[in-house]
Design a protein around this ligand. Structure first.
Ligand code: RIB
Ligand code: CA
Length: 326
């Protein structure tokens, strides 16, 4: 099978790390590189975290590039309350010494896009993509498509009543990308990711697999589970970013509709996604907004790709109603 080439642009970040794991355990995907943007944590910490996850996967062959560390206009606001001081759930994994991350994520993105068969899967604020547009708009239009985790259509926000974190950190970056990219954009927003909850049952199943990757996932998600309970009485943790990877692999997992999408860039509603369902702006649709998800199908893909030896157990438990899983 021809692998599909991607660049994962992210802000690791606990759920970004789960997304990297899923991508590297999926034979359909050829990860050409991981580019880092400030978001959950400062970009430099995110780049170190990406290396830590790649080391756990024995994939330090994949290059990590540090990108933009400040949003286009706003002052950076990070999310250590959600992802821990280290950005990996206060697991405090040892710093990777064997390799270092490189600088110049935007130039890496532009160089790779020239091959014309690259999809960018963006899991953090869109600052790197916006800067690539600023630097060389023509080359960015060689991108196959942009699949992004971010935004909220009808779902409530997660860093204000109306704003999703990635869009809220850098709304000017989002505005530029939606206005200028002119390539297919798919928004994997909170409307679908909120239905992808790694519940205590799933976490216990992962623990029972007694595998190094399972130990890592249990370790880095504990802090995230505690945050979700304290913040919104969710039992478990919403794993947003892996859904963008899963959707890229199998678009049948989600459905939605094309709309003209814009964003609020100032005031109390800053970061709010404006999905023009009523066609008030009379603008051409610029984004496929996902609104439905087969959350059980997602979880099955997520778990069976990462723990292939336990596929039978996973499917049996997923389909056993006594566990009440999605
Ligand atoms: O709102 C959730 C998104 O913001 C996820 O990508 C999470 O990692 C943070 O970047
Ligand atoms: Ca992220």
């Amino acid at each position: 099978m021809d692998k599909r080439k991607v660049i994962i642009d992210c802000d690791p970040g606990i759920d970004d790390s789960l997304a990297i794991i899923l991508a590297l355990k999926s034979e359909e995907i050829d990860v050409k590189g991981i580019t880092i943007v400030s978001g959950n944590v400062h970009g430099k910490k995110g780049a170190e975290n990406a290396l830590k996850i790649l080391k756990e996967l024995n994939r330090l062959d994949i290059p990590v590039y540090l990108g933009e560390c400040e949003p286009m206009e706003r002052k950076l606001i990070t999310a250590e309350d959600t992802h821990g001081r280290d950005g990996l759930g206060e697991s405090f994994l040892p710093r990777v010494e064997e390799v270092t991350y490189k600088e110049g994520a935007v130039n890496f993105i532009l160089d790779e896009l020239k091959s014309e068969d690259i999809t960018i899967i963006a899991l953090g604020p869109l600052t790197n993509i916006a800067k690539a547009l600023e630097k060389d708009c023509e080359v960015t239009r060689k991108m196959k498509e942009l699949v992004l985790m971010g935004g909220a259509f009808k779902s409530f926000g997660n860093c204000s009543q109306v704003a999703e974190f990635n869009f809220w950190v850098d709304p000017h970056g989002v505005e530029k990308v939606f206005k200028e990219l002119k390539r297919k954009i798919t928004m994997v927003g909170l409307d679908v990711t909120r239905q992808c909850v790694l519940t205590p049952n799933y976490i216990e199943m992962i623990r029972q697999f007694n595998e190094p990757l399972g130990e890592l996932i249990v370790k880095i998600t504990k802090f995230y589970v505690d945050f979700h309970w304290n913040q919104e009485r969710t039992l478990g943790c919403v794993i947003n970013d892996p859904l963008a990877i899963a959707y890229f692999i199998n678009p049948e997992l989600c459905s939605g509709k094309e709309y003209f999408v814009d964003i609020v860039t100032e005031g109390k509603a800053i970061g709010m996604t404006l999905v023009d369902e009523g066609d008030f702006y009379r603008e051409k649709p610029n984004c496929l907004v996902l609104t439905e998800v087969n959350s059980k199908g997602f979880m099955e893909m997520f778990l069976t790709r990462i723990f292939p030896k336990h596929k039978e157990d996973i499917i049996s438990i997923l389909n056993n109603s006594k566990y009440g899983l999605n």
